[in-house]
Design a protein around this ligand. Structure first.
Ligand SMILES: NC(=O)c1ccc[n+]([C@@H]2O[C@H](COP(=O)([O-])OP(=O)(O)OC[C@H]3O[C@@H](n4cnc5c(N)ncnc54)[C@H](OP(=O)(O)O)[C@@H]3O)[C@@H](O)[C@H]2O)c1
Length: 321
């Protein structure tokens, strides 16, 4: 089958190890389902994998991708939950120390077919296209958990979203504003700031500027480049929710401000299968849909990876096998 995979790992030139070519069809163990992929999407995670973060040379070649929607063996339309927990794990899958994401231990979703444990597929409602559904399992699920589970965001709160153009950041903007929060964003690009306003943000700022007032919660996916601004923008008692550090680890950590203003720093990673189900319902009930930057055939995956690497995207890149 056609697949997009990591052939080698290159920390500096990640796309050097990327191949679009043939891989064997999945041979799943008992209890696993094969999903015929109708749409898959790219995430920054795929670039990290090509850089060797979370993926070791011994595991290569590895099919990339953590997001897919498609058809199960019975022809049902399904969305793939990409957090693979151990068979004996019960409860919140993201807390299983032995969990992995698709493409870390098991071949990923950027292919014509993907195998996952049967419990890792949930029904795709007809109201959602395959393209929109495939945006949800990673970036959108992560944003959902950051806002509502880990961040405790409720209507009327002011939430700062750093790096507005990214997949997670656009999801934070759309979901947060649909839930009645006041979303303020920063982005390096004027075009991305305008796009964020169109997606529901109330105000958009250049990175690092002094905000009109302090915010209740700051959402961090960027790390080093924006961390200090996030800490300094919080009200006393406010919360930073962090799920990533695209620009590197935060330095300095701003510990004095964190303890003196009694700030909370909360980590967040992916989401549970139940949260994915609630996210799907939320999208239908509130009639919100993921922002898509571009849709292209799986064969053109390299173009999508290039755009993601340049940081040249607003929303998600969808690949169609
Ligand atoms: N923990 C988890 O479960 C989880 C899940 C999903 C993602 N993540 C992590 O979250 C991060 C974002 O993921 P994504 O898929 O949304 O990535 P993405 O679509 O590539 O977006 C990255 C965004 O970060 C901003 N950015 C990058 N470098 C920057 C810099 N030097 N200065 C300022 N802003 C910068 C950009 O915003 P502007 O261009 O608008 O400024 C860009 O749009 C990644 O590190 C990813 O690994 C973690």
């Amino acid at each position: 089958m056609l697949a997009v995979y990591a052939q080698t790992i290159d920390r500096d030139e990640p796309l050097g190890g990327l191949v679009v070519g043939d891989r064997p069809d999945p041979e799943p163990p008992d209890g696993w389902a094969i999903v015929t992929v109708k749409a898959a999407t790219l995430n920054h995670h795929d670039l990290w994998s090509l850089r060797g973060q979370g993926l070791r040379a011994e595991q290569l070649p590895m099919i990339l991708g953590t997001d897919a929607a498609g058809l199960d063996e019975d022809g049902n339309e399904v969305i793939v939950h990409s957090v693979i927990s151990s068979d004996d794990w019960r409860g919140d899958e993201t807390l299983d120390p032995r969990r992995s994401l698709l493409s870390e231990l098991h071949p990923g979703a950027l292919a014509e077919k993907v195998a996952v444990p049967r419990r890792n597929v949930i029904p795709k409602p007809p109201e959602l296209s395959f393209e929109h559904a495939a945006c949800l399992p990673t970036a959108w699920l992560t944003a959902y958990r950051m806002l509502f589970t880990r961040g405790g965001v409720v209507p009327g709160m002011t939430v700062l979203v750093q790096g507005a153009g990214g997949g997670v950041a656009t999801a934070l903007t759309v979901l947060g504003s649909a839930a009645g929060a006041r979303i303020w964003v920063t982005s390096r690009s004027e075009q991305k700031r305008e796009h964020a306003l169109a997606l529901g943000a109330e105000q958009a700022f250049e990175p690092g500027v002094r905000l009109p007032e302090r915010v209740d919660v700051a959402m961090e996916t960027v790390g080093m480049a924006t961390w200090q601004h996030s800490v300094r923008s919080l009200k006393p008692g406010g919360t930073i929710v962090v799920c990533g550090s695209t620009s590197g680890d935060a330095s300095p950590a701003e510990l004095t401000r964190i303890f003196f203003l009694q700030l909370s720093v909360v980590g967040s990673t992916m989401g549970t299968r139940d949260e994915l189900g609630r996210l799907v319902r939320f999208c239908i009930e509130r009639d919100v849909r993921p922002a898509i930057h571009a849709t292209m055939p799986l064969t053109d995956a390299r173009d999508g990876f290039r755009a993601l690497e340049r940081g040249d995207v607003v929303g998600k890149i969808v690949l169609l096998p």
